[in-house]
Design a protein around this ligand. Sequence first.
Ligand code: ASP
Length: 452
Amino acid sequence: MSVKVCKFGGSSLADAAGLRRAAEILAADESRRFVVPSAPGKRFDGDRKVTDLLITCHELARQGLGFDEPWGLVAERFAAIVAELGVSVDLEGWLAEARAGIEATAAVGPDFAASRGEALNGRVLGALLGWACVDPAEVIWFNERGRLDEERTYRALGGRLKELGRAVVPGFFGSRADGDGSPASIKTFSRGGSDVTGAIVARAVMAAVYENWTDVPGLLITDPRVVPGAFPIEVVTYRELRELSYSGARVLHEEAVFPVRSAGIPVRILSTREPGEPGTWIVAAADPKAETEYEITGIAGRSGFTGFMIEKAMMNAEVGFGMRALAVLDRHEISFEHVPSGVDTMTLVIDDAYFEGADAVITREALAEEIKSATHADEVDVDPAISLIATVGRGMKRKPGMAAKLFAALHEADVNIRMIDQGSSELNITIGVDDADYASAVRAIYRKFVGD
Ligand code: ASP
């Protein structure tokens, strides 16, 4: 029988009604045999996610302070879920154990604390379904470099799930390479990582489909805040999904694609609010579902980039120029988004997160100075406030006139293009525009390719 793995996001499991709805969805299809829950998310605007509360607990414990306030909210959330579902579980015992672990790992890091939302929700969901809840700490393993240990994980997880036939596997965490089952051995994926667990479970059992249940109707063709009425994409390929990663609203954790992609397992984004709707399929290019009559699949964009325009006479004849410029980025652990170039110019387009906010590593001016001295460039101009817009479509490949259509749309909307880059896969054309032109550019492209 073909097996489906279902991951439910935090906003779909935010309260007892959400858990019940998930149980109904699982019951509606015999082949839905493995389920990966997130921690309870927000129930309403202004509500707090259980994971955020737990990270606050850790932060207070780390500073040697009491954490009764956020912990009380976590305990209340689970008490209400358990009471409303009427399941008989040892919640008091589980909470006491979690609290003791948070205290024990105060000096170690936030991972154990952060993981408890999934750990507890998984056990409650298991009790509701009457299915076993597998402890990810026993079957999902990281290696010494902090990456997934695929071989060890697939062997342990695949074996356990085969034995059980049906099971709940809490999302978001596993064990460090030398893990011994203690709270300090727990390691989480990055935020939103239950998607990754879902993909790993799907890969471990070689599922026919990885169903990712959310509270949105699928991956939207573009940002609905910019184009009201933007509708879900029916089918997107894994590669297109990567090119669409500028979308503000990400439906799937970036790393979740890899375990399923290599095994050719399709992903389906579905909404618990409208379980009957088709959602979005994410498939390999070779999948028959990927055949398309549409020119474009989606338009994704984001503001907040800076261009560093490097100019040097005879740059094209200078061996190693690019390497010297990029070595500066390497030194500061900065990655670039795009590098459009001309005969005597090369522009590095870089995410503003490296220059502003909590994770800033250097100022724009200092970086420009370093690039100038490393490359002996004539000029390095800093060009902030760039928005990138990727127009993506497997239907564009080898089709003449696509760029003309795109640029005509921007011309008609009176948008000046500051940068152009066509991905070598011919799947996307990315342009850079002024932040002030971002919304009108997206709307113009949408009107041209999709219609009003
Ligand atoms: N609960 C975790 C988070 O809030 C992981 C997840 O929901 O996927 O990031």
